[in-house]
Design a protein around this ligand. Sequence first.
Ligand SMILES: Cc1cc2nc3c(=O)[nH]c(=O)nc-3n(C[C@H](O)[C@H](O)[C@H](O)COP(=O)(O)OP(=O)(O)OC[C@H]3O[C@@H](n4cnc5c(N)ncnc54)[C@H](O)[C@@H]3O)c2cc1C
Length: 404
Amino acid sequence: MKSSDFYNFIIVGAGTAGLTAAIIAARKGYSVVVLEKGAIAGPKPRGESMAHYSLLDEILGKDYLQSIAEVKPSHRVYHSPGDIKPAGNIDMKVPYYFFEWRTLIDHMVDIANTLGVKFLFNSEVLKPIEENDICTGVEYRNLKGKNQTVFGNVVLACDGYSSTIGTFYNVDYSKINCPIVKFLGKNANINIEKVSSPQLYFIPNGILDYAPNFPPSVAYLFPIGGKKVEAGLMLRMTQAFKMKTVKIPNEEEIMDVWGNLKSRYPGFNEFFEGIKTEYEASTVMPNAGLVKNFILGNGGAILIGDSAGFIDANGSSGLYFGMKMAQVWVNLISESLIDNEFDWSEENRKYLSKQFKNSKIYKNIKSSYKLIGLFEWMIFKKLRTGKRINRFWKLIMWLLQVAS
Ligand SMILES: Cc1cc2nc3c(=O)[nH]c(=O)nc-3n(C[C@H](O)[C@H](O)[C@H](O)COP(=O)(O)OP(=O)(O)OC[C@H]3O[C@@H](n4cnc5c(N)ncnc54)[C@H](O)[C@@H]3O)c2cc1C
């Protein structure tokens, strides 16, 4: 007999991956608990743009994403180093929307609540609990600061870019994560009629006189709607580790460069005149690597979303990759979850891993990882200087269009 603090699915983290897993599992009739260390789901804003795939209609309701989007861009605009060459427009093949983080997350929580998902907020998972080397639950600190436990058939580690569960099983996130600055502002100097597309600025190593050893980066600005913008700076660490001219900056140095970009990077700075900052923080996202094993240890726990690594840097994939992974894993698990028992034998683990690695989403992530790796190697390592990137700018834009 299983006790009342036993669930079919224990989900660690109420971001988009965890909420998707919770909704799908609850719709299948399973008992689900979601543990979130923050006081609310998705406590810190992350991605606010997404391509519209059919999964989103399934999870959120038909055309929900479209209904909350104020801006529906048809292309991305890439700016050359120093904004010297004419900007290149890259068409989006799938409809693409900007929306507000809180609107999306609150909607997902509402759906999960109506399905009977149990939420434990202010509950930070401290570590997995193992029995016979299989993860059977988690220990967490509750709102009152007391350590508690919860048990289940499967733990889905949807706890983001430096997952506690993943770290426990020796995933080295320092090889996976890249720093990124997230900025939200209103009253931006933007004419939404003219600028309704994501703007991306290549910043190779050596181009900034105030930070000559700064790693290659991409600054971005997304018009969310009206005069509201999301903007930021993504460091491209994949190549940086191998570049002798580069110094890996600390958070203070990153924020200092970010301040300079806002006030004086050609083209980019114009948007920030008179802007009102609503949110600004340095964080990280997994752009540099992908985990090898999604099923951890001898079974019981599975990595999903940012905790599993690579998302691509175009500002269009992290949310979808995590949500789709969640769907594939919940479907796979439900095949072998019979009478509240799950078979974590080596044979079944191998079968599940193979099935996941044969899935379209895994293949997508892998090929996007290789393609972007190759592109960044060419731009930031081989061409490297602003001068050379500008010289080959037309070719670079053509390659981007072919690859997108
Ligand atoms: C600045 C920025 C901009 C981005 N822009 C885009 C974009 O435009 N489009 C796009 O598709 N993607 C974008 N991404 C990526 C996208 O936001 C992420 O890939 C996505 O949010 C990952 O979802 P997740 O559920 O895996 O993780 P998260 O959203 O990080 O959720 C993890 C959750 O786990 C909780 N948690 C962590 N540790 C614990 C613990 N020990 N116990 C309990 N709870 C815990 C956290 O509080 C959090 O709520 C962006 C990311 C960043 C940082």
